[in-house]
Write a protein that binds this ligand. Structure first.
Ligand SMILES: [Zn+2]
Length: 233
């Protein structure tokens, strides 16, 4: 199994094959360009992608604190989910509100039988409201710092140091519905202590939140730069 790779971005092997040249342990320099080798595989393979876990799982093995990351560099960026997650609670909320308004109109007209639909309307409204509140508790946000980044999931915060990341890559995949592309997932892959983690934001082609997603892509590129930058020191 290859355990070292050529980190040179201008290596002729990388230009030809699209991934860094890999070597066995004990070899010191790249046979293609002569650069000094770095530890690790240097790129993600299919097995890494299959075994990748969501980044929230990293907290079980990480003891890094946000204070260790240095100064904050920019504001919190919201990660977006693929469509479908929020629509039902919103429908319940709106339907509940509608039933309530109509019922109160009839109660006002002294049709007291409308108390029953009013209660149903209130129930619907309450269920929808609670679900939206709950989904907000699972809201995912990221913020860049001098020496790493923080990942917020609701109230929980996970701090990740650039020096703890062994490998990083940013890629896209299309989401199609009945063959029609409806959006793009932006996946940030991070290797950390032998495990691969993913952080994903969804960009809808409907143009609902294009600005927020381009902020995520910009942020992810800075993470890649941060990890590459510390590697060379
Ligand atoms: Zn090389």
């Amino acid at each position: 199994m290859p355990v070292r790779h050529c980190p040179n971005p201008d290596c002729p092997y990388r230009a030809k094959h699209g991934r860094p040249a890999e070597y066995r342990a004990g070899i010191a320099t790249c046979s293609d360009c002569g650069a000094e080798l770095a530890d690790g595989k240097g790129s993600f393979d299919a097995d890494d992608l299959r075994s990748a876990k969501p980044l929230e799982d990293i907290c079980n093995s990480s003891s890094t604190n946000v204070k260790d990351l240095g100064k904050a560099d920019g504001e919190l960026i919201v990660l977006l989910n693929a469509p479908g997650a929020i629509s039902l609670p919103v429908i319940q909320l709106v339907a509940g509100l509608g039933v309530l308004v109509i019922s109160f109109y009839y109660i006002n007209q002294r049709h007291f039988v409308a108390v029953i639909p009013a209660l149903i309307g209130f129930g619907l409204f309450f269920i929808g409201f609670n679900r939206i509140k709950h989904s907000d508790r699972r809201a995912r946000r990221v913020r860049l710092y001098q020496r790493g980044f923080a990942y917020h999931i609701g109230e929980k915060i996970i701090a990740v140091l650039f020096t703890d990341i062994e490998m990083v890559s940013l890629s896209d995949r299309q989401l199609r519905h009945r063959g029609v592309p409806i959006g793009v997932f932006h996946d940030l892959l991070l290797a950390c202590r032998g495990q691969v983690y993913t952080l994903t934001s969804f960009e809808s082609h409907a143009g609902l939140y294009p600005r927020e997603t381009s902020r995520f892509v910009l942020w992810a590129k800075k993470v890649v730069e941060g990890v590459m930058g510390t590697e060379e020191v």
